[in-house]
Design a protein. Structure first.
Length: 149
């Protein structure tokens, strides 16, 4: 009779270590995430309603609450995103969400970092365009209507 060999792997140690790592990350997230005060939360809602010129729908209120509670955006960052949206004359939360996500991807977490980034971007836009540095190309008028000056 022939005996078949079977390979078996035991991942219990790996799962234990991953569990410890996950719980440490969860504890760190809870320590760093400061709950937003009620008056700061209310100020965010009121400023958005004021700038949009209308009352917010329940879905919009939920989106803003998620920014504060789940995504842990500070009220100051949300106010800067609102300012950016209003200056661009785009009055909707999806545009603000794209701004916030863009800043998060660029690792801009504080109002000072965002303002420094905006200042850097504006100064780069205001620089003079680069002059053409290639060879001089002569202009040849092929229409035959050239006037001698």
């Amino acid at each position: 009779m022939k005996v078949k060999k079977v390979d078996a792997y035991d991942f219990t140690q790996m799962y234990d270590k991953l569990g410890i790592l996950k719980s440490a990350e969860h504890e760190q997230d809870q320590q760093t995430a400061q709950p937003v005060k009620v008056n700061e939360r209310q100020a965010v809602f009121e400023s958005i309603e004021k700038e949009f010129g209308r009352t917010l729908s329940p879905l919009e209120m939920e989106t803003i609450s998620q920014w504060l509670d789940i995504d842990h955006y500070t009220p100051e960052i949300i106010q800067l995103a609102l300012k950016e949206a209003v200056l661009s004359q785009v009055y909707n939360l999806k545009y603000m969400d794209r701004i916030l996500v863009s800043w998060e991807k660029k690792n801009l977490r504080s109002p000072q970092q965002v303002e420094a980034y905006q200042h850097q971007r504006k100064s780069a836009d205001n620089e003079a365009p680069a002059r053409y540095k290639g060879p001089k190309i002569p202009f040849i008028d092929l229409s035959g209507n050239s006037e001698q000056k």
